[in-house]
Design a protein around this ligand. Structure first.
Ligand SMILES: [Mg+2]
Length: 381
């Protein structure tokens, strides 16, 4: 029982309730404005009673709960609170796999001598996050990641639950197939149509039969339904920054040409960020003049980014403000730092059409290794 799944309760809304005492006990909905086309990022448990949930259109949330307090997300604040929470985790183990801004797996195999049983560690972490940060966190404890996350879902909010052998035998088989990892509503529907409703139904099915329904995922699902999950807790790589630069064969001074280079570099760095599933909060532009003077300019943002055009817009802006526009340059570089795992962002809120274009370009780059694929404005170079 060495795996902990830790998940803050209604995170964004809980932070706002903590910071604005008059919101405590009230329905609080964080996300798009009710009159906008935005969606709900998180809502307090008081709002959930009215049927409001995350990813729901804000306009629908408003119809369900017109007296709720609607607030835009303060991502910068949430990131700093999240960092405090993760710092507490690191007091217990270095093996932390962040799943999102408010959720992580911890492998605490090495810390029992210092802190006691897994349950004692869980209680300690919950107490510290409550006392030092003022938030509730739910913790599931089990032998593997799947069961630990399942335990958290069962004990939320403000709970702690150990998913032990007894629960594997008696609780797991009764749970609906939708509680299994990777079973979304579509897969659940297909399983139900084949007469498979619970984890218990799944645990006893032949892999061949299940394969016809869910494809290659079959043996993984059967293992989960039996309470097995071999996946280790994987800490993210701690790359500090990611950058690309170009030294020109002959010095360049035309601002339009430099801008093209900045766009090309932005797509290279953006691609690497997305491949590593990282986003950056800071963009640096590096310019070197023919006499080897290096000038760097940087900008730190309130939210994390990985889209080519967003990186480009910032870097291009930094170039225009560098005082070197129109001057000859021998090198230009873009570096992104302050990296965080990309799923710490709320995708539904921030996905822009440019992100989707980046995804398509990335897919093409990956399927045609070595092929030259770029935005039309880069083609003429
Ligand atoms: Mg949460």
């Amino acid at each position: 029982m060495n795996i902990l799944h830790c998940d803050l309760d209604a995170f964004y809304a809980a932070v706002e309730q903590r910071d604005n005492p008059h919101l405590q006990g009230q329905p609080v909905i964080i996300g798009g404005r009710p009159e906008s086309r935005g969606v709900v990022a998180t809502c307090s448990y008081e709002a959930r009673k009215y049927g409001v949930h995350s990813a729901m259109p804000a306009s629908q949330a408003y119809r369900l709960c017109p007296h709720g307090t609607f607030l835009p997300p303060d991502i910068k604040k949430y990131h700093s609170v999240s960092r405090q929470v993760f710092e507490i985790f690191t007091d217990y183990t270095p093996t932390i796999e962040p799943l999102s801004i408010d959720e992580a797996f911890l492998d605490i195999s090495g810390c029992h001598k210092l802190f006691g049983s897994s349950q004692e560690v869980g209680i300690l972490i919950r107490k510290r996050i409550k006392n030092e940060i003022g938030l509730n966190i739910s913790i599931g404890i089990a032998d593997n990641k799947f069961l630990a996350k399942l335990a958290t879902n069962l004990c939320k909010p403000d709970g702690i639950l150990l998913f032990d052998a007894n629960m594997i035998q008696n609780t797991l088989p009764k749970l609906p197939v939708s509680s299994l990892w990777s079973v979304g509503s579509k897969t659940a529907w297909r399983l139900n149509r084949a007469g498979i409703y619970t984890a218990g139904d799944l645990a006893n099915i032949s892999p061949e039969k299940l394969q016809r329904i869910v494809g290659s995922n079959a043996s993984f699902l059967i293992a989960l339904a039996q309470g097995h999950d071999q996946r280790p807790v994987c800490p993210r790589s701690d790359a500090k920054s990611m950058g690309n630069e170009i030294t020109f064969p002959i010095d360049l001074s035309d601002p339009a040409e430099i801008d093209q280079v900045i766009l090309e570099l932005s797509s290279q760095v953006g691609f690497r960020l997305r491949q590593s599933e990282l986003k950056a909060c800071t963009v640096h532009l590096k310019l070197r003049t023919p006499d080897f003077t290096t000038v760097t300019r940087s900008r730190t943002l309130g939210n994390a980014i990985d889209a080519d055009l967003v990186i480009y817009n910032i870097a291009s802006d930094l170039y225009r403000q560098s005082g070197l526009t129109g001057k000859p340059l021998r090198l230009t570089g873009i570096n992104c730092s302050n990296l965080i795992p990309c799923d710490l962002e709320q995708p539904a809120l921030f996905e822009k059409s440019s992100d989707r274009l980046d995804n398509i370009i990335d897919e093409l780059k990956n399927s045609f290794a070595g092929a030259k694929i770029s935005r039309a404005s880069l083609m003429e170079k």
